[in-house]
Design a binder for this molecule. Sequence first.
Ligand SMILES: Nc1nc2c(ncn2[C@@H]2O[C@H](COP(=O)(O)OP(=O)(O)OP(=O)(O)O)[C@@H](O)[C@H]2O)c(=O)[nH]1
Ligand SMILES: [Mg+2]
Ligand SMILES: [Zn+2]
Length: 323
Amino acid sequence: MKGLVMRTTGSWYKVLPEGGADNATVDCRLRGNYRLRGNKQTNPVAVGDWVDYTLYDDGTGVIAQVDDRRNYIVRRATKLSKQTHVIAANVDRLCIVAALAFPRTSTGFIDRLLVTAEAYHIPVAIIINKIDLHDPADETLFARFKAIYQDAGYPVHGVSALRGDGLEALRSSMRGQTTLFCGHSGVGKSALLNALVPGLQLRVGEVSDWSLKGKHTTTFAEMIVVDSAGGISQHPAAGAAPTLLIDTPGIKEFGMVDFKPEELSHFFPEMRTLLPQCHFANCTHRHEPRCAVKEAVESGTISTERYTNYLNIIDQIEESETN
Ligand SMILES: Nc1nc2c(ncn2[C@@H]2O[C@H](COP(=O)(O)OP(=O)(O)OP(=O)(O)O)[C@@H](O)[C@H]2O)c(=O)[nH]1
Ligand SMILES: [Mg+2]
Ligand SMILES: [Zn+2]
């Protein structure tokens, strides 16, 4: 039988049967001798995976095979680890949830996630939550973020899960798609999903006891099915493309996986268009002469902030290559 992985908790996987008439998910384990792909990934099965499973008499199942993924978002399991962790597979869109008020998200963090999404051609939206907390300085920062990312070609939404600002536009942009929500702990990913889907009650951190770093309230990725009326559902409606949302645990640092310095600029859209104009075909846009990217930074068409993050990422790739 075929099914979609909705939640993974250690050794159990909650699987939604494909086209199932009953609304029940099946708790599955992984077949004992299932081989990890190249032993590099800490999780062989991720939320969003389609799997083949066998149903047993006691109602549980065993996953025998994972379908090839259309795409996925992957990161290093820990900062310098060679092992990787797949956050989710087969997504239509990544929403990077950030906050400027508290805890503050850096452009460096956003750019690492953007590059990873670009590598799999996953469209991205940047969601700045908690705009209800913005003081004038935050508003200035917000305007700068908007300019940087809209100029680079990404939509930016200012929202407030608490007050409701900006939710309707976000809601309609998610219809019929699988949207993955990622970001630091405490930026309000779960609160945002609760606000978007009436009836949803994901656990949200207490205001009183989370520190600057957030609290890691969500501990496992989880897929939510939205019904055609916009409410919480047990099963996607037959026929129409389902609306699926994936909540994930907060990420402290996003460690990128498997990029080469000379290909990194392909994943910065505003640089990508200029590459044919660089003098050297393998230009890394650092010290090379007659570099179109550096010229664009100097003339202000490419943001200094994005370029600086680009250089930092290259340095980090080279560092991990020599390790
Ligand atoms: N003022 C304000 N607070 C918010 C908003 N959205 C979320 N919060 C608060 O921010 C805190 C963290 O929210 P969560 O939804 O638990 O954050 P999260 O991103 O899911 O965190 P993890 O699950 O740890 O990754 C909670 O105390 C929320 O009430 C908002 O729009 N405005
Ligand atoms: Mg959460
Ligand atoms: Zn160049």
